[in-house]
Design a protein around this ligand. Structure first.
Ligand SMILES: [Mg+2]
Ligand SMILES: [Zn+2]
Length: 185
């Protein structure tokens, strides 16, 4: 069976407006051109998979059940825009957390590539034909560690850091620009 390609998407600052430790579904706000960008990737045969660090769980800011509700709402919002997400992976862990169950040095927290590797195994993905898109260096490193191309979404927070970041293949203003570049390679 032929392997598939995937676009791996960071959540905060990439799909939705970054709210520090976003803890309620009502706080979710899609960034501009997100649905259009994901749709273009999907039209070119890419799976769309969210990979997100959510240490707020380990830090005790919200529990895992709550995170699942937030992600349910996110899937609904995108579906309303005609876009289907194929899977969501999240890392709830943090070494300095306060919730015992999640206070560990896991192997899934980005920049480690485990979420991408697990997705590749489950969905039969060729990582060398795939792309990681995010707004921080840990996204770029996770993508590189998995063998993907890496696209940075530039924003007001990371603007001054872009020149010092490792692992970036392309810098773009939004997901649609990323999709236009990657689907025309
Ligand atoms: Mg982010
Ligand atoms: Zn983890």
């Amino acid at each position: 069976m032929n392997k598939k390609r995937a676009v791996f998407l960071d959540r905060d600052g990439t799909i939705v407006i970054h709210e520090p430790y976003l803890s309620s579904p009502d706080q979710l706000k899609l960034l501009p051109n997100v649905a259009e960008g994901i749709r273009l990737f999907k039209e070119h045969g890419y799976l769309a998979i969210v990979v997100t660090n959510q240490s707020g769980v380990a830090r005790g800011f919200f529990d895992e059940e709550h995170l699942v509700l937030i992600h349910k709402k996110l899937l609904h919002m995108l579906k309303d825009e005609g876009v289907e997400i194929d899977d969501i992976y999240y890392c709830p862990h943090y070494t300095e957390g306060v919730v015992e169950k999640y206070k560990l040095d896991c192997d899934c927290r980005k920049p480690k590539p485990k979420m991408l590797l697990n997705a590749a195994k489950k969905h039969n993905i060729d990582l060398t034909q795939s792309v990681m898109i995010g707004d921080s260096e840990v996204d770029m490193l996770a993508g590189k560690n998995a063998g993907c191309a890496c696209v940075l979404i530039k924003n007001v927070c990371n603007n001054s850091l872009v020149s010092t970041m490792a692992g970036i293949d392309y810098v773009v203003k939004d997901l649609l620009e990323a999709a236009r570049i990657l689907t025309q390679r």
